[in-house]
Design a binder for this molecule. Structure first.
Ligand SMILES: [Zn+2]
Length: 142
């Protein structure tokens, strides 16, 4: 029998390899593949979505600017913004600044969730709403 006439055996399913070969997969390539498969809108945290929406509304209402979600993210990562400021903006957008509600579930630190004015602390409260530390005078100078 001629070798080309041999019937090819059916492949065994658990030996069929789909996807990227591990030996050629770098961390960068794996990260890009995973990110390309994610539906970013679906995986976005509720608090992040809420923060983005309120930022868009704020710019439209107070400055008359129609900004997009992409613009918010890209403007935070500009090289001229120092890394510590960029990190703070990222945490603000994700509502991940450790203050206020963050301390509520730590038994010995639960009292730290409150501002001296007795409101629950949040970055918004500290920067804009609280009058305990002279924020009104500070913002009038800006
Ligand atoms: Zn306060």
């Amino acid at each position: 029998m001629n070798p080309t006439e041999w019937e090819q055996p059916e492949p065994i399913n658990h030996f069929i390899n789909e996807g990227a070969a591990l030996k050629s997969l770098s961390q960068n390539k794996a990260y890009r593949i995973i990110n390309s498969k994610k539906d970013k809108k679906q995986t976005q945290r509720f608090l992040t979505k809420s923060s983005i929406e309120s930022t868009i509304k704020y710019f439209k209402r107070n400055m008359g600017l129609a900004i997009t979600e992409d613009k918010i993210w890209t403007s935070q990562r500009k090289k001229k913004i120092p890394k510590n400021i960029s990190d703070f903006l990222w945490k603000m957008t994700h509502d991940a600044v450790k203050c206020g509600k963050f301390f509520a579930n730590i038994p010995t630190w639960a009292d730290k969730q409150f501002c001296p004015c007795q409101e629950i602390e949040s970055p918004k409260h500290i920067l804009f709403d609280c009058s305990e530390f002279g924020n009104t005078e500070l913002w009038s100078l800006v």
